[in-house]
Design a protein around this ligand. Structure first.
Ligand code: JFZ
Length: 339
């Protein structure tokens, strides 16, 4: 175990990437700002109908995506690994998948897998690659919705009372198409084959980053965990299912634990540079480079890792403010970071 964890323990600094078709909305639905939560939640917060969400997803066309440049940007900032959303809660796969047509290669104008070039660039520059996979929440593939968020917290839709009532009566679902399969069927038909694809088609995968284990049972978790044998060296976080599947690493979110909270387990603080994981046009409240460097030092001194998020734009580029901060961090690393 120690040997497997070694690169991760030495890494200190990684890049989280939240990118998907949700970035096209940028936190705005029909002219209304999504009221709360990360912009990657817009489908759920605003209760966008499945057909409507899928229609807009067709137009996803990140023509300026340049994986080589992304990886160089991470490397130059002193980051040692990247974790990208292969599939977030909206169920859109950023990779070619046989398990669901709702994937970038088969569904969109763009028509290509974006994880392949990223895997190639990571190999080229010696950066480790991990996949975030939302195993328990999938709002587009039937059976994958275990939502709880109320409409009223999001877009002030005049029809919100009716939609709230519907969602309540339908265990969080807001569209009948979400109920065309059971959760177990979703796990067997989509989650398991897709995780297998991710662990088979992209070479060595360093990290599997599960998320929001709502609705998971020990049985469903066990099936997913078994797949990790495809990548014996892989490191996983603690969000597959609680409490019986602790994984390798704890995931304090948006906060740095105090020294007295540390229990000897490996941990990684994931954090946004502004207030959203997915790209949001209105969120310009960026942490300063100085704050980010202080956070990195604080985390490294306590033995943790810092997974700092980027929310790329729908065209495939990083927000300028994020790149500026990474450059400043890189300069600081050149003089102060360890080799
Ligand atoms: C989850 C996602 O819902 C979110 O969109 C983003 O991907 C983030 C990294 O993870 O959100 C969470 C998950 C866990 C906690 C809070 C938000 N938590 O443990 O406090």
């Amino acid at each position: 175990k120690d040997e497997r964890m070694q690169w991760w323990r030495e890494a200190r600094f990684g890049m989280f990437i939240h990118w998907g078709v949700y970035s096209q909305w940028g936190g705005v639905y029909k002219g209304h700002e999504q009221a709360r939560g990360g912009a990657e939640w817009i489908m759920n917060r605003c209760k966008i109908p499945v057909a409507e969400y899928q229609e807009r997803a067709r137009g996803f066309n990140p023509v300026n995506y340049n994986a080589d440049e992304w990886v160089r940007t991470a490397r130059d900032a002193g980051m040692k690994y990247i974790v990208i959303t292969a599939k977030h809660h909206d169920g859109f796969a950023m990779f070619k998948s046989e398990a669901s047509p709702f994937n970038i290669a088969d569904w969109t104008t763009y028509g290509k897998d974006v994880l392949k070039p990223l895997a190639d660039a990571c190999r080229k520059y010696g950066i480790k690659l991990g996949f975030y996979y939302s195993q328990a929440q999938d709002w587009n593939n039937p059976g994958g919705t275990v939502a709880r968020k109320k409409m009223k917290e999001g877009w002030p839709n005049p029809d919100s009372t009716r939609i709230d009532t519907y969602t309540k009566a339908h265990k969080g679902h807001w569209d009948p198409r979400q109920e065309e399969a059971t959760f177990e069927q979703y796990i067997d038909r989509v989650a398991i084959p897709q995780v297998r694809e991710l662990l088979t088609n992209y070479g060595d995968i360093a990290v599997l980053w599960w998320d929001t284990p709502v609705g998971m049972t020990d049985e469903t978790a066990l099936k997913l965990q078994e797949l990790l044998k495809l990548q014996p060296q892989i490191i996983t976080n603690d969000r597959l299912k609680r409490p019986n599947f602790p994984g390798d690493t704890g995931t304090p979110e948006q906060k740095i634990p105090g020294a007295e909270e540390l229990d000897g387990r490996d941990w990684e603080t994931c954090m946004t540079m502004n207030h959203t994981w997915g790209y949001r046009t209105s969120d310009t409240d960026w942490k300063s480079a100085e704050t980010l460097i202080r956070n990195l030092v604080d985390i490294a001194s306590k033995g943790g890792n810092y997974l700092l998020n980027i929310g790329p734009k729908p065209d495939g580029t990083f927000p300028v403010a994020s790149v500026e901060r990474l450059k400043t961090i890189g300069k600081w690393m050149d003089t102060n970071g360890e080799a």
